[in-house]
Write a protein that binds this ligand. Structure first.
Ligand code: ATP
Length: 350
């Protein structure tokens, strides 16, 4: 029996969480779901978006499934008291990742047969650094007419990320790792990420390594995504290019993600809370369902994880079980039930 902490999230979060839990239950893996509040729900109950009560539940779980939380523009900063001083996080999502010491956001993005895609050949995995970079939370104004944000890059974080990316590539039989950076302009910060990653690449000669300017990565994704495989990116470049990859694969509703640390792991879709379609029943639950599949893989439940991935592909191949963002007319719950039924069949429980 594994304990899985669940954050149902804001906006479309509760709807897609229901669908993902239906799929997890269909695997037959023994999972005990413990619900925890974060974001708006936590403010209502505990008066703060990332309460210590929630962090305790998350830290005690074997894994965390998290639906998207609203990240208000310009006002989402979170302050926590740690060791007698204030620690400021730029958003609730950032606060959760950093409080749990999650250092990499793994975002696999691929197109699915039958689903209209701008780049049907795309099959990439973004390894996004999530502890520092431009999202370090160090930002201040100078007088009324200027503001400064500090990009933090440390050799330790770059090395940890690169080691993880190469080990992951090897374990999943991926052939190539590419670092996207801007070391020609950000000589010292991105330059440090480049030299550190290149040193780790030298110690992993069985995996091909190359580096590209991040703008060239963008062009390559648009023109020839098949040339890219595992892509290491800093916090902000990874944030931006994940959405681009999702769009190329057919929609942001297809891109799952895992946030991994030494002790904890949190699984979440790459997309946001989509308040514009909340409550309409049209949200695509696939990204969170695929994230739940990654959670099973992380727990070592490989057969169940593979069943979820295959079931998603099978269900997406049929227009009747696709949500409107993918050209279908099915609602969120219908897609969840269809994937769950296929998972049960694949696990011999149908
Ligand atoms: P964040 O900054 O928190 O990532 P965002 O501002 O980038 O959020 P999203 O919430 O991801 O924005 O929404 C962007 C667009 O994609 C919206 O039009 C939204 O309706 C759509 N969208 C996002 N997720 C889904 C989904 N699962 N199914 C269908 N449409 C979605």
């Amino acid at each position: 029996m594994y304990t899985v902490a669940v954050i149902s999230g804001d906006g479309i979060g509760p709807e897609i969480t229901d669908a993902a839990l239906t799929v997890l239950r269909a695997t037959g893996v023994e999972l005990d779901f413990v619900f925890a509040d974060a974001g708006a729900a936590a403010v209502d109950r505990w008066d703060e978006p990332v309460p210590d009560q929630t962090l305790e539940i998350l830290r005690e779980a074997d894994a965390i499934l998290k639906a998207p939380l609203l990240a208000p523009k310009g006002t989402g900063r979170i302050t926590k008291q740690r060791h007698g001083r204030d620690v400021v996080y730029p958003s609730v999502n950032n606060a959760l990742r950093r409080e749990l010491e999650l250092f990499v956001n793994v975002r696999p993005v691929r197109a699915y047969p039958g689903v209209p895609a701008r780049a049907p050949q795309i099959d990439v995995v973004i390894m996004r650094e999530v502890t520092e970079g431009l999202y370090s939370g160090i930002e201040h104004t100078i007088g009324d007419s200027a503001a400064v944000a500090v990009k933090v890059v440390t050799a330790g974080a770059c090395e940890r990320l690169a080691r993880y990316a190469f080990a992951w590539a090897r374990s999943k039989s991926r052939r190539r790792v590419t670092l996207g950076h801007k070391a020609n302009v950000l000589n010292l910060s991105d330059g440090l990420m480049l030299s550190t990653t290149a040193a780790v690449a030298q110690a992993n000669p069985d995996i091909e390594f190359g580096d590209m300017m991040v703008d060239a990565v963008g062009l390559c994704l648009a023109k020839s995504p098949e040339l890219l495989d595992v892509i290491i990116l800093d916090n902000q470049y990874g944030d931006i290019l994940s959405d681009v990859c999702g769009g190329l694969a057919g929609g942001i509703g297809l891109a799952p993600g895992a946030n991994i640390g030494e002790r904890h792991a949190m699984f979440e879709a790459a997309h946001g809370a989509a308040p514009d379609i909340a409550g309409t029943g049209t949200a695509n639950p696939v990204a969170l369902i695929l994230s739940a599949g990654m959670l099973l893989d992380h727990l070592g439940e490989t057969a169940a994880a593979k069943a979820v991935e295959q079931a998603v592909g099978d269900v997406l191949a049929v227009e009747d079980t696709r949500t409107p963002d993918l050209g279908g007319s099915a609602d969120t719950a219908t897609v969840g039930k269809a994937v769950a039924a296929r998972v049960a069949e694949l696990m011999g429980r149908g």
